[in-house]
Design a protein around this ligand. Structure first.
Ligand SMILES: *Cc1c(COP(=O)(O)O)cnc(C)c1O
Length: 381
């Protein structure tokens, strides 16, 4: 079966006898056991819940993965993965990752005795000479917010030679456009708050792997830490997934048009989007993914245009963090999504104050571009 079919048929089928077309929401914290000697399939909802199990089955099927774990948010998913690390281990991460991931690494690793290092370019990184304590490589590709591309297959091959686990945060691409496990990654994490749920109305996270022992360990961690996905949110996640493929197509198409429009506009000095011909490492993106995605960022020319007037004049782009919803959004990473990066680090990696990030929604491209156009005309100094 292909993606959109799986997205609509890959969850659990109603086992209540009611023949409901959608799998029910089981709002029960606890489940009675068959008898004093037998454990039922479900016990307590922190450990397992039928509606969540359906969402997990669906997410695994979409990814072509053996196992999926649903967590209460993308950060809860990332926490499960980081909990695999032990004192004395080292993690390598790429320069621009999600701000919350960096907040975790830069604030919580020291007291746990976990070492970390930012790697500028994994495509040329010399893994043979990596620090000996390296146990995990954590990458986001395209990266957030500068849309840099990392060659997943190369990283997986090289990192495995030094016994490091490869984790990919695949939030920007989703399984519709990119399947890191099939490129050699060990674990995939998602903020399913974004494209998977797709309507900016639910927080959710996913962790996927093909390794049974690792899955067991991560399930144990999820149950122990308790950051699980609620049954209602598990239902909403599945509802969102039904249209994931068609939303991605439309949002990507809109992102491409917006990127081309901005690229030709004097108010913009640079557009970061893997769908533009001049994007660095575009050929890696074309090799490992089915498209460029729906997020782009750009440098706003503050010499001749006023940024505050521009974002204030937009009517179809709420000035808000997050991405992957049907409604387009615009934000300023330096003060919003990436404020956890110190000013020095921001400057070093290119998260400058005049960088703006757009998540393209499913609106009509003509209207989106018309809105950008009228706001830019107002913003001209
Ligand atoms: C939003 C996001 C996260 C965190 O997910 P939450 O659901 O907000 O906890 C992680 N990684 C990326 C790439 C994100 O965009």
């Amino acid at each position: 079966m292909k993606f959109n079919t799986i997205a609509n048929h890959g969850g659990k089928h109603d086992d209540s006898g009611m023949r409901a077309v959608n799998y029910p929401i089981y709002l029960s914290a606890t489940f009675a056991q068959p008898d004093s000697d037998t454990q039922g399939e479900y016990g307590y909802s922190r450990g397992n819940n039928p509606t969540r199990a359906s969402a997990e089955q669906l997410a695994a099927a979409l990814e072509g993965a053996q196992f999926a774990i649903a967590a209460g948010s993308g950060m809860a998913a990332t926490s499960i993965v980081f909990e695999l690390l032990q004192s004395g281990d080292r993690v390598l991460i790429n320069t621009n990752v999600y701000g919350g991931t960096w907040r975790f690494v830069s604030n919580l690793f020291d007291s746990r005795g976990i070492n970390y290092e930012i790697v500028n370019d994994f495509n040329t990184y010399d893994f043979a000479n990596a620090p000996k304590d390296t146990r995990m490589v954590f990458i986001e590709t395209p990266s957030n917010p500068l849309l840099e591309i990392t060659d997943i297959a190369r990283v997986a091959e090289e990192a495995h030679k030094i016994n490091a686990l490869v984790v990919v945060d695949n939030t920007f691409m989703t399984s519709y456009l990119q399947k890191p496990l099939s490129l050699g990654a060990d674990i995939v994490v998602y903020s399913a708050t974004k494209f998977y749920s797709g309507h900016s109305d639910v927080l959710a996270g996913l962790v996927l792997t093909n390794d049974a022992a690792r899955n067991e360990r991560m399930r144990f961690i999820n149950n122990t830490l308790g950051g699980v996905l609620s049954p209602i949110d598990a239902f909403l996640l599945q509802r969102g997934i039904k249209t994931l493929g068609i939303r991605m197509e439309r949002e990507q198409e809109n992102a491409q048009k917006i990127a081309e429009y901005l690229n030709a506009h004097p108010a913009v000095t640079k557009v970061y989007y893997p769908g533009l011909p001049d994007h660095k490492n575009r050929e890696i993106q074309e090799r490992q993914a089915e498209g460029a995605g729906a997020v782009l960022s750009f440098l706003f020319n503050e010499e001749t245009y006023d940024l505050k007037t521009f974002v204030g004049a937009l009517t179809l782009f709420p000035f808000a963090v997050s991405l992957g919803g049907t409604v387009s959004l615009i934000c300023r990473p330096s003060t919003m999504t990436h404020e956890s990066y110190s000013p020095e680090l921001q400057k070093e990696i290119g998260i400058v104050p005049n960088l703006l990030r757009i998540s393209a929604g499913i609106e009509d491209a003509e209207d989106l571009i018309g809105d950008l156009d009228q706001a830019l005309r107002k913003a001209k100094k």
